[in-house]
Design a protein around this ligand. Structure first.
Ligand code: PEP
Length: 257
């Protein structure tokens, strides 16, 4: 990792924890954070955001949402706008997580609308991309990443890119215990960085953070984050245990100097 990029570690709680577990977890995380040069954001379920955000006021911990809707208000039953998220307040949002793409059925077009809405509201937007196992076996990893990134960032200006983080998350590695090898993940990240240079320019490609997600744990975080184009991680399962998540943040911190 180059020194200019602040490592980013995100904890995606998915549909886990109840209210009291969420509070215990956030308290333990805040107690354990050492003010390292890592941007740490947790993504709890929507219904706990407000309470957790209040609990984190004044701390280094940032709070994000796992999804958003792209219209500001109206007849969209069950959806949450970026304006509502800012009210909580949250600072960040995930778009295009593979579970939303592959379980819920979100299209690239919808992911793009959400990404643009989140950026327009000033939220740090973590655009998630990645190939399925079948696509990987067919040698389509880079092509899938390219088409998801081109579609996801369509209409996003260079001046908005400082709020964009790209999460490369091979679908076959999410929640499965299988992880891309550091070399395979580095190849994908380097190709994503080259793509950003093509789409924007060299400076933008050097500045943007590209993080890895897919069964990142304390045992593999160091070697993944030591790769030059891996700027942190998006963590699912291991973000539910304070000890494991903090160990991953620590792995990010060792790359920050
Ligand atoms: C994720 O939810 O983005 C993720 C990477 O999950 P896990 O770490 O459990 O694979």
């Amino acid at each position: 990792m180059t020194q200019q990029r602040t490592p980013f570690v995100g904890g995606n709680w998915k549909m886990n924890t109840n209210a009291s577990q969420g509070i215990s977890l956030i308290d333990a995380l805040q107690d354990g954070l050492k003010g390292d040069l890592v941007e740490v954001t947790v993504y709890p379920p929507f219904v706990y955001l407000r309470e957790i955000a209040a609990r984190c006021e004044g701390s280094d911990m940032l709070i994000g949402a796992q999804d958003c809707w792209h219209e500001p208000c109206g007849a969209f039953t069950g959806e949450i706008s970026t304006g509502m998220l800012k009210d909580c307040p949250v600072q960040s949002v995930l778009t295009g997580h593979s579970e939303r793409r592959h379980v819920i059925g979100e299209t690239d077009e919808l992911v793009n609308l959400k990404t643009k809405a989140a950026l327009a509201d000033g939220l740090v937007t973590v655009l998630c991309v990645g190939e399925t196992l079948e696509q990987r076996e067919n040698g389509q990893t880079d092509a899938v990443n390219e088409s998801q990134i081109r579609a996801g960032l369509a209409g996003v200006g260079k001046d908005e890119l400082d709020k964009v983080v790209i999460a490369y998350e091979p679908v076959w590695a999410i929640g499965t215990g299988k992880t891309a090898t550091p070399d395979d993940a580095q190849d994908a990240h380097a190709n994503i960085r080259a793509l950003i240079a093509q789409m924007y320019d060299q400076r933008a490609s050097e500045a943007i953070r590209i993080i890895y997600g897919g069964s990142m744990k304390p045992g593999n975080a160091n070697e993944l984050m030591a790769m030059p184009d891996i700027d942190g991680g998006l963590i699912g399962g291991a973000s539910l245990t304070a000890e494991d998540f903090l160990a991953i943040v620590q792995a990010g911190a060792t790359q920050a100097v």
